[in-house]
Ligand binder design. Structure first.
Ligand code: ADP
Ligand code: MG
Length: 610
């Protein structure tokens, strides 16, 4: 509880005690008014001030105004205890709300406890402790056991295990040794490591994730902006109705002003839209916070809304349904010079970040001097070409070879064949193969259980490989041999007929499809910066089962939002009618208003626990 919240709580309790005392005192007339004014002003002075200030600024119709009019009205009618009570309960509601908002903000902050305070950097042989944003790429930082890793980089000395829970929700530590990359925001558990920094703090995973969470508050769901607009129109309408209620029956039908004044006030008190205005954003806030604790970052409540409606899931194959860790399965050189072929392949692939490229570079250390290569060009979905001594070198799939007019050979081994050519001469191919993620079939089943009607795999790979993956994973449909732009066309086709489509990819050459889908979902984004930016929903881990989890969290959040809206509006309309008809007094109005607010807040808080 913050100091302000404590102060307010004391104020509320004090005012409640004073109210009780005033009630018991046998005062009459002016003295009675004066005694009740003490607790009233104590508990309500800030509301009155705010209402007054808002009127001066021309914002007349807000909840402070409603409360001020209703309570002052009660005093005019001589209903002093009611007047104080309305203000008192209003403040109880406000207090509750600030505690709830504080709580969900803190729980996001707990996740966001990933912000590193300092970095220990080695400069001229000495350890200097500096702010993380003072460290340049290429510098060496030192991280001791128990410390949070402040910047992204590669371990150059030492080994350890790291806890990635804060980013991925995965509590199992991951072992890391020299040569491997570590990600900022994770915690170094066991050993002392030296890390060569790869990017400045602003471009580190931590900074990106934090930025993303801050921005998520600005992207509002349709219900949310609807509620805000609704409140803006609604409050003046309610005030007008109350005024009519107060004036029309007495003026036209000679009824008592006091009685209809009372009814108008009851009407005003109930009409306060706070329960809606507060609980809807709070529910989304909680949902986003709860999801992020599982390693699911949703960039705004509009995407929460979208996720809950997904009926078509489209997957990129490589790195999404499969591990994206290729291993060389076979090497077939067409002539005797296998080494030249592999040298060319590894040299060209060293310019690419495609998982296939990485596997070839890992498998073969090229003897070719890379500085002799020029005009290195990567053709997305095909491969890579370069010039060497006036000759064109090409490394890629059959499509690339076809486009260069080079005759190539099919391979009987299962996997993806990477063909290599020099000039017009075909040198042979390397077959690389990937494995389907172990949880893929389970993840697809979970999606179907959730009522996702279509699961589709898109791939630039060959038909044979696609069929194989379809068999293992159980996706409904596949499209093979697609170029990145074809993937966008396929996504557009699947979007027809008003489907809500999520595209899950790893961000490597599928960013266009990610942004074209209703929901772009980047998988395994820990450490990959492009994906975090292109997607609407970011899964920090690359476990496919997170997808179904994200959808269920979104559905639960939306269900809670809907419950709150229906419940709040239902109770309010009922009590408003009762008030207008004279069946509800001020007490019922107060309890209805504050009760709905508190229940709605409690309900909204459930979204935090996912
Ligand atoms: P996916 O749809 O499975 O993610 P991509 O669109 O990334 O596949 O690539 C499609 C195909 O293009 C790959 O299967 C491979 O044959 C070829 N390819 C793309 N990039 C490269 C590369 N750097 N080296 C060799 N082949 C590549
Ligand atoms: Mg890909």
């Amino acid at each position: 509880m913050s100091r302000k919240q404590k102060k307010n709580l004391i104020r509320i309790i004090l005012a409640a005690l004073l109210l009780a005392i005033c009630w018991l005192l046998p005062t009459k007339g002016l003295l009675r008014l004066l005694t009740f004014l003490v607790p009233y002003l104590l508990v309500g002075y800030d509301v009155l001030l705010k209402a007054g200030r808002n009127i001066l600024h021309g914002q007349v119709f807000d909840e402070q105004f409603l409360m001020a009019v209703a309570t002052l009205g009660a005093f005019v009618l001589g209903e002093y205890p009611e007047g104080v009570a309305v203000m008192l309960f209003y403040q109880v509601g406000e207090w509750f709300q600030s505690v709830a908002v504080g709580k969900s903000r803190r729980s996001i902050a707990a996740l966001m406890d990933i912000r590193p305070d300092t970095a220990t950097v080695l400069r001229e042989g000495r350890e200097c402790i500096v702010e993380p944003d003072q460290v340049q790429p290429g510098e060496i930082i030192l991280i001791r056991a128990g410390e949070r890793i402040p910047l992204d980089g590669e371990i150059i000395e030492g080994n350890t295990s790291v806890n990635t829970a804060a980013l991925t929700g995965e509590s199992l530590p991951v072992d890391k040794a020299a040569g491997e990359n570590v990600v900022s925001g994770t915690v170094n558990l066991t050993g002392l490591i030296k890390v060569k920094v790869q990017s400045i703090y602003d471009e580190s995973t931590v900074a990106r994730v934090l930025r993303l969470m801050e921005e998520s508050a600005t992207k509002k769901a349709r219900v949310e902006s609807f509620i805000t607009r609704f409140a803006r129109v609604y409050t003046p309408c309610v005030v007008a109705c109350a005024l009519l209620l107060f004036l029309v029956p007495p003026l036209l039908f000679r009824q008592s002003f006091a009685e209809w004044g009372r009814r108008a006030l009851v009407f005003l008190v109930v009409s306060c839209p706070c329960a809606l205005v507060v609980s809807v954003p709070l529910s989304f806030f909680g949902g986003i916070g709860g999801a992020s604790r599982q390693g699911i970052l949703v960039k705004g409540s509009n995407y929460m809304e979208g996720l809950s409606r997904v009926d078509t899931c489209v997957f990129d194959k490589t790195g999404t349904l499969t591990r994206g860790e290729f291993a060389v399965a076979a090497v077939h050189a067409s002539n005797d010079d296998e080494r030249e072929m592999l040298d060319i392949a590894a040299a060209l692939e060293s310019f690419s970040s495609h998982p296939i490229a990485e596997s070839i570079v890992r498998a073969h250390a090229s003897h070719l001097d890379k500085s002799r290569l020029s005009a290195v060009t990567e053709k997305a979905g095909e491969g890579i070409t370069a010039m060497l001594d006036g000759q064109l070198l090409a490394v890629g799939n059959g499509r690339l070879m076809d486009s260069l007019g080079i005759a190539w050979k099919e391979c009987h081994i299962a996997g993806t064949a990477v063909h290599i050519a020099k000039g017009s001469q075909y040198l042979g191919h390397v077959v690389v193969s990937d494995v389907v993620k172990p949880e893929a079939a389970e993840a697809i089943r979970q999606l179907k259980d959730l009522g996702v009607t279509r699961t589709v795999m898109l791939t630039g790979d060959r038909e044979e490989v696609a069929v194989q993956v379809q068999k293992t994973t159980g996706v409904d449909l596949y499209r093979a041999q697609l170029l990145p732009q074809d993937k966008v066309t396929e996504v557009e086709k699947l979007l027809e007929d008003g489907h809500t489509l999520a595209f899950a990819g790893d961000g490597i050459n599928d960013a266009p499809a990610l942004s074209r889908a209703d929901l772009g979902i980047a998988m395994g984004a820990m450490g990959s910066d492009a994906a975090i930016e292109a997607a609407d929903v970011v899964l920090m881990d690359d476990k496919l089962t997170l997808l179904a989890k994200a959808i269920s969290i979104a559905r639960r959040t939306m269900a809670i939002v809907r419950q709150n809206i229906i419940f709040a509006i239902g109770v309010k309309v009922l009590v408003m009618l009762l008030g207008a008809l004279g069946y509800a007094d001020m007490w019922i109005a107060v309890f209805a208003d504050v009760g709905v607010l508190i229940l709605a807040i409690l309900n909204a808080m459930r979204t935090l626990k996912q």
